[in-house]
Design a protein around this ligand. Structure first.
Ligand code: GLV
Ligand code: GLV
Length: 315
């Protein structure tokens, strides 16, 4: 009989088509994209499966893996991030893990540039003023922001996405880029002490990067600088960020990711005009989400056949 697979979300059509047409698996899915599968249902559904396709809203931890049982050989996440996965536990059980880097690099880099410009040029405030009567007259310093031309940009996390962001920002006539990868630590210190106008964070969330953007970092930033995060909310200490934004320690922040997600509408960060918050949409282009879905499907099929996946996490 065919390997059994559970899919924790109604993923975009490309991936489902690949699985259906492969004739290699029998799958069941949580047939909604609007709400995640309830944990209880998930724990039921994974019982005895050989493969699992998940998205980043599912915690793949000891409880889940215990519920799945020893048949589970392949996990395929439709995400580049892997902080929702207990990697040690997966490794211990010999479960192979596929993920979806590369196919989302363009989309994430484009969104990062969009978010950076939206924040630095205060676009959300500006449209709000225009449509709510704040536009009394053209004013000389009203809604002024900070420009990229001549600026210094810090890129924290110099992976595929960090490079792609820098490539896209360079034509805006950025004067200087300061790159830092997160390990080893000394490099992090050099970026923290750097005099940049924009800092874009695009590293993976790992134990090493948890809350690396905290008051130490914000207190060394210029009060004209802009902080952008399109990685994971967990790399930021949000209380420290709130403090830095509300006291004018930094000029603005653009966040595509928060802790928790969704961020409650009553959260203090939502009260700040200089904080632009997006609902985790960096990879959200139709092309990219379909490509992620297809890659997740192909990783799963290859894994179940015991072949190398297209994109496999080294555990
Ligand atoms: C998005 O955040 C992803 O990890 O793919
Ligand atoms: C702006 O619109 C200008 O004419 O300076």
């Amino acid at each position: 009989t065919l390997p059994r697979v559970y899919i924790t979300r109604q993923i975009p059509p490309e991936g489902l088509k690949i699985l259906r047409e492969s004739g290699q698996v029998q799958f069941e899915l949580w047939d909604s994209d609007d709400v995640p599968v309830p944990r209880k249902e998930l724990l039921q559904k994974v019982k005895g499966v050989d493969g699992l396709v998940c998205v980043l809203t599912e915690k793949i931890d000891t409880e889940l893996l215990d519920a799945a049982g020893p048949n589970l050989k392949v996990l395929s996440t439709m995400s580049v991030g892997f902080d929702h996965l207990s990697l040690e536990e997966l490794k211990k059980r010999g479960i192979r893990v596929g993920y979806t880097p590369d196919v989302l690099t363009n989309s994430v880099a484009e969104l990062t540039v969009a978010l950076l410009l939206t924040t630095s040029r205060r676009l959300i405030e500006a449209t709000h003023e225009a449509k709510t009567g704040g536009w009394g007259t053209w004013r000389t310093l009203w809604l002024c922001g900070h420009e990229l031309a001549g600026s210094t940009v810090g890129i924290l996390g110099l992976g595929r996405i960090g490079v792609a962001i820098a490539e896209r920002l360079a034509p805006f006539k950025v004067k200087k880029f300061i790159y830092a990868d997160v390990a080893p630590r000394p490099e992090l210190a050099s970026v923290i002490n750097a005099e940049y106008d924009f800092l874009s964070v695009c590293c993976a969330l790992t134990p090493e990067t948890k809350e690396i953007c905290n008051k130490d970092l914000f207190s060394k930033m210029k009060n004209t600088s802009i902080f952008i995060n399109t990685s994971r909310g967990g790399v930021v200490n949000q209380e420290d960020l709130y403090e830095a934004l509300s006291t004018g320690q930094i000029a603005g922040a653009g966040l595509d990711v928060t802790v928790p997600e969704p961020l409650p509408t009553s959260h203090p960060l939502f009260t700040l005009k200089n904080c632009v918050i997006l609902p985790h949409i960096a990879s959200a282009s139709y092309a990219t989400r379909n490509n992620m879905s297809a890659l997740a499907a192909n990783n799963l099929l290859l894994g179940l056949r015991g072949e190398p996946m297209i994109k496999e996490l080294k555990l």
